[in-house]
Design a protein around this ligand. Sequence first.
Ligand code: RIB
Ligand code: CA
Length: 320
Amino acid sequence: MNVPPPRRVLLDTDPGIDDALAILLGLASPEIDLAALSVVHGNCTLVEAVTNALAIAGLAGRPDLTVAAGCDRPLLRPPVTAHDTHGTHGLGYARLPWGAAQPVAEHAVDLLIREIMAAPGEVTLVAIGPLTNVALALRKEPRLAQAVRECIFMGGAFRAEGNITPLAEFNVFADPHAAQIVLSSGIPLTIMPWDITRDVRLSQGDVDRLLARGGPIPRFIAEATRYYIEFHLREFGWAGCSINDPAALALVWWPELAQTRDIYVEVELTSELTLGKTVGDVGGKSGCAPNVRLVESFDATEFVARFLRRMEELAERLAG
Ligand code: RIB
Ligand code: CA
């Protein structure tokens, strides 16, 4: 069977614990070539997120991975972070050694534009944080919407209540104006919403079984998710944690796990009460053409099993 060449992927991220798991999954998956991390404000400050991105790449044996710093605040709104969810520095109880690696001098917005415009139709952009970098890249180079192969975004809450306000999901709420710019840009956009990812969970048992293998990767995952599971237990009463971002990234090479529908989506921008709510035109009442491929169901059990296998393979590979 002829194996297709790896898909070139840019990951726009606000690491963050589930972002860290997505970065590890991306580096453990031969189906993609994770070309660069463009970092954005969100779960923690931009400085913390860049430090975390560099440390996670080093942990995974990729200190060479390109990491570019992007926007440190939303386009208009005051910055919001999620230290209650992701810990003081953004990686829960995990404390990674800082290596010598530094972010590249190029701004993340310029990196996204340069990489995507250099290879029209070849690059997949996966955004798992607030969309500030992506929105500015589209404003600076509108042709990016046609040049990118596809854009996958973890965010939005449609039929489920929000995870940051009663209606809004964090990535959209953190920069709702950026989200609306992306939605109205014409970019081929797949959305993996909180409705789905809230139920894509690692259990404490999953983590314990991984930890039993020993090594730096399982130890990091155990320390990072220990904080994250404590949050989910306190906030939702769950003995596990939602791994939102790895599930979104995996759509690049495991699309068969998801069922989608094409739908028109806009973001609420005016009311303080409903700011950041993603409104899906389920009944076609707006008369507007669909602008989003929305994931409506996902085989979470199969994905978590595959994710854990990839983490075991990465741990074994690094154990030498
Ligand atoms: O709402 C969940 C999303 O917000 C995830 O990407 C998480 O990392 C935070 O960025
Ligand atoms: Ca994230």
